[in-house]
Write a protein that binds this ligand. Structure first.
Ligand SMILES: [Zn+2]
Length: 239
């Protein structure tokens, strides 16, 4: 169950893909993942950031919790590129409600207590936002070279490599590939009824101690069948 997305891969199930945005460059398979790390030198190409004040979010765009109405806390912003297919959008920003200590069920992708904002324009300006109960420290992120998770799964299937060992090796912050679940498969299904959403980002509490319980993991998904800016969903599981 924990590697359910990988089981779908083993069964030959693939996701429907929308055409790539012309600026994104080379085609990467949805089974390539890029491990995220803290950018430490000027030579690192920056793909986004965790925490801090979000760029390009005007005050009227700042999401509020649909359960308690509080302004949500900013978690992360990731930019599209060879490392991340955002289906034509340029930037994905993640927000979560921390105002009620979990009573808003902020782990649920459908309750409105977290938010994935997809933007077509990459705007690096800082705009005023509302006060929030938590501001995470800003950490700029870079990526390692891609890992072909499909090849790893072939090693599981054909060479007897233990699945648990492969999943442990993928239990880190990453873009793309399959979701490594802590508690079983919570992949959001496309409201179109035509299958699962695609993993865009897997987050741990290793780089920034997000308030999703220590050892918790969060996952941002995109509905490949939804071309609108409402295609993103966030879900997390406690550690
Ligand atoms: Zn709330």
């Amino acid at each position: 169950m924990i590697g359910a997305a990988y089981n779908r891969l083993a069964q030959g199930v693939t996701w429907v893909r929308t055409p790539r945005h012309p600026s994104v460059g080379v085609h990467i398979s949805p089974w390539h993942s890029y491990r995220l790390r803290k950018a430490t030198s000027e030579a690192d190409s920056v793909v986004g950031a965790y925490g801090g004040h979000p760029r390009g979010i005007r005050s009227h765009e700042w999401p509020r919790c649909e359960v308690c109405s509080a302004p949500m806390c900013h978690m992360a912003q990731l930019d599209a590129g060879a490392w991340l297919d955002l289906q034509g959008f340029e930037r994905m920003s993640l927000f979560i409600c921390h105002a009620t200590g979990g009573r808003c069920e902020d782990w649920d992708p459908w309750k409105g207590a977290n938010k994935v904002i997809l933007q077509r324009v990459r705007d690096d300006n800082l705009y005023d936002g509302p006060p929030t109960v938590r501001v995470y420290r800003r950490v700029r992120l870079t990526v390692d070279p891609p890992i072909d998770e499909a090849a790893l799964m072939r090693d599981v299937k054909e060479r007897g490599l233990p699945m648990s060992r492969v999943l442990d090796a993928l239990r880190h912050d990453k873009l793309g590939g399959g979701a490594v679940w802590l508690m079983g498969d919570d992949t959001p299904q496309s409201p179109s009824g035509k299958g699962p959403m695609r993993l865009a980002l897997q987050m741990t509490t290793d780089i920034v101690t997000f308030d999703i319980t220590r050892g918790g993991m969060a996952y941002a998904f995109i509905d490949p069948l939804d071309a609108t800016d409402a295609a993103g969903r966030l879900v997390w599981q406690g550690g």
